[in-house]
Design a protein. Structure first.
Length: 263
């Protein structure tokens, strides 16, 4: 199998490169899990990555977060080699966890405490983040009193509160029901627009990918490599409901679906 190269970015796109994967390979013992993968992400871009289970999507995010070193190739964040934990990123996975002895509010505050943010500003940021994810009124609750979906929203609020430049999201809404997920899509698009932050969003849900992203990368099955890259030219700002009835939406869906190895 040959690794497909990315289509060249338009010449006018002079935005800063935030993430640069060059010839990245992941091996675990004898298992060739992913790559070679070369991929760049520009500042302010919303990139979605889809692909069959086990193709290396989480592995790619781990490399940007600096929790995993590539077996071959390089990963750069704003030009710098990622060779340790990358504290510039907000990483949201389904495996994040709350500290059970802290209230919701105190869990969301945690990264701001680490960063020694001023107290008054911290309180305002925490309140705003909890409101965005629909958890106003639950500030003093403890994790054991919350449902799985609510806990996931606490984790999202925790990241929102410290406004990272780059969000890495690994199937973040997988545990939410459909209505809540739609609501979170709306909130996420607002956040993206308001902050100009860069998003890399892993999902197995093509609807979610098309609704949110500027560009969707389809990975092949293991060893995962970019197989198809599609620019999603749906107008912005997008309404998360209306966008789905755009005829272009179903055309994108069919094209991506055909490329996806779902076996
Ligand atoms: N730390 C690890 N040790 C051993 N194998 C791993 C490790 N991390 C991932 N893998 C394997 O690498 C492959 C890709 O994993 P992952 O990136 O989690 O896939 P995806 O997120 O696309 O489902 C899988 O087969 C997985 O079992
Ligand atoms: Mg994964």
């Amino acid at each position: 199998m040959t690794a497909l190269t990315m289509p060249p970015l338009p010449a006018h796109d002079d935005r800063e490169t935030v993430i640069d994967f060059q010839g990245v390979v992941a091996r675990f013992g004898g298992l060739h899990a992913m790559g070679p993968t070369s991929l760049t992400v520009k500042r302010g871009e919303f990139l979605a990555i889809v692909g069959p289970s086990g193709c290396g999507k989480s592995t790619l995010l781990n490399m940007v977060a600096g929790t995993l070193k590539p077996s071959e190739g390089t990963v750069r964040y704003k030009g710098e080699l990622v060779d340790r934990i990358n504290h510039n990123v907000g990483y949201i996975t389904q495996k994040n966890f709350c500290l059970p002895w802290r209230t919701v509010e105190a869990n969301v505050r945690l990264p701001l405490e680490f960063r020694k943010h001023p107290k008054a500003e911290t309180a305002a940021r925490v309140a705003a983040a909890l409101e965005k994810v629909g958890l106003k009124g639950f500030e003093q609750a403890y994790p054991k009193q919350l449902s799985g979906g609510m806990l996931q929203r606490v984790m999202i609020a925790r990241t929102l509160a410290y406004s990272p430049d780059l969000y890495l999201m690994d199937e973040p809404f997988g545990s939410l029901d459909a209505q809540l997920r739609t609501r979170m899509h709306g909130e996420l698009l607002k956040l993206w627009q308001e902050t100009g932050a860069t998003f890399v969003f892993v999902t197995h849900d093509l609807h979610e990918a098309i609704t949110l992203a500027d560009r969707v990368v389809v990975m092949s099955k293991r060893p995962g490599r970019p197989k198809l890259v599609v620019d999603i030219d749906l107008a912005r700002p997008r309404d998360v409901i209306d966008v789905q009835s755009d005829p272009a939406f179903s055309a994108y869906f069919k094209r991506l679906w055909t490329a996806l190895d779902v076996h």
